[in-house]
Every structure is written in C-alpha cells, then in structure tokens.
Design a binder for this molecule. Structure first.
Ligand SMILES: C[S@@+](CC[C@H](N)C(=O)[O-])C[C@H]1O[C@@H](n2cnc3c(N)ncnc32)[C@H](O)[C@@H]1O
Length: 202
C-alpha cells in the first residue's frame, strides 16, 4: 500500500488499529531503560504514546498524514509531548548514534529495501541501543489472521537475524510467536508474529 492508500484506509474509520501496544513490543521493551526512541511507521501512534507514558522521549514518523495527525491528536489528548513527522522511512536523514530504541512495528519492508534501511537504523542506535522489529511472520499467511498477503513482505526471523548480525548488531531474540490477539471488533484471533530484537554492542 502506498501513502495515499494508507491515508484512505485511516480516513475510513475513526480508529483503524487497536489503541493498545502490541504484546510482543510490550514484552521486549519491558527490559529496557527509557531513553530516546524512534517509532518508524507509527500509524495512529499507539506505540509512540505508550512509550511516552513510560518516560521515553519519542520521535515518531509515518508517511500517511491522516495517521500522523491522528497520532498527534491522541498524544495531545493524553498529555504527551512527542515529536511527530510525516516522512518516508526510505528518505530519512538518519542522525548517527542518537536513539536507544528504534521500533518497527507492523512495518514490512521488501527484502530489497531492508539492507539500506537496517544499516541506517543500526547506525542511528547509541551503543547498547535496541532495534526492535515486531511484524507478521511468514507463517501468518497459513496459520494466522490479517497482515500482508505478499509472502515477500512477511518476516522470517532466522533470515532477519542473519541480516542484522551482518550489520554488527547482537541479535538477542529472533522468534516466531503464535498468539491470540484482539481485533477492533472485540474478537481474539490467531496471529503469528515475528519478533527480532538486536542490540548495538557497547
Ligand atoms: C500496519 S500499520 C502499523 C502502524 C503502527 N506501527 C502500529 O503498530 O500500530 C503500517 C504503517 O506503515 C506506514 N508506512 C508504510 N510504508 C512507509 C514508509 N515508506 N514510510 C513511512 N511510513 C510507512 C503506513 O502508512 C502505516 O501507517
């Protein structure tokens, strides 16, 4: 989906995704001391707002203006100061060694886009900082609900672990996680997430 399609999708409903943070994101961030976080492809900002509520300083971006404006309105309503930007993750100027956490949640770069993106993200981590990707696993196609249907977009944790290891990061977790997750309609459905957590060595 391109930027306009995401804007249209967001404009169709008052809220597209559940407002709570993803459970795997919560579990991985639980062990981290709050610092400066970058939430890539923030969407409606559920992780940005949640991180801010834990004391993180948050920069959050998305190329869909409807999503960013909704996220910013939520942050204001909940009393959080978050630096939001409407931007494409592939054209960012990444500051070196700035972030303690770079989060990519339910953002699915193509294999051909991953190398440059993750190299840039790794360079933007402070020593000891975490790159956390939580998205749909390739097994979601056959065992789960929702998510992209193009297999190229789905994550294979061992493959991503090799790619991130090749960039000099220490991969502390690369797992396929099967769970029941809430939908906007109040149901719980089967979902298969890929959870990859890599740390820049100190
Ligand atoms: C499934 S939503 C996930 C939103 C959020 N991370 C979450 O977990 O709720 C995917 C988001 O990625 C954004 N996105 C996709 N490609 C992007 C790009 N190249 N640059 C910035 N945002 C992008 C879309 O606009 C959309 O908001």
């Amino acid at each position: 989906m391109d930027r306009h399609e995401w804007d249209e999708r967001y404009a169709q409903r008052e809220q597209t995704f559940t407002p709570e943070p993803n459970r795997q994101v919560v579990a991985e961030v639980a062990g981290l001391a709050p610092g400066i976080a970058l939430d890539l492809a923030t969407g409606e900002g559920r992780h940005a707002v949640w991180l801010a509520s834990l004391g993180w300083r948050v920069v959050a971006l998305d190329y869909a203006g409807v999503g960013v404006r909704r996220a910013a309105a939520r942050a204001r309503a909940e009393g959080h100061t978050i630096a939001f930007a409407q931007a494409d993750v592939y054209t960012l100027h990444w500051p070196p060694a700035r972030f303690d956490l770079v989060l990519a949640a339910f953002f699915h770069p193509r294999p051909s886009q991953r190398g440059a993106l993750y190299r840039a993200a790794a360079g933007a981590l402070r020593p000891g900082g975490s790159l956390l990707q939580v998205s749909y696993d390739k097994a979601n196609l056959t065992e789960g609900t929702g998510g992209p249907k193009d297999p190229e977009l789905l994550l294979d944790p061992p493959v991503l672990a090799r790619e991130l290891g090749g960039l000099g990061l220490d991969v502390v977790r690369a797992d396929t996680v099967r769970l029941r997750a809430p939908t906007m309609d109040g149901e719980e459905v089967d979902v298969v997430n890929a959870v990859i957590h890599a740390v820049r060595p100190r």
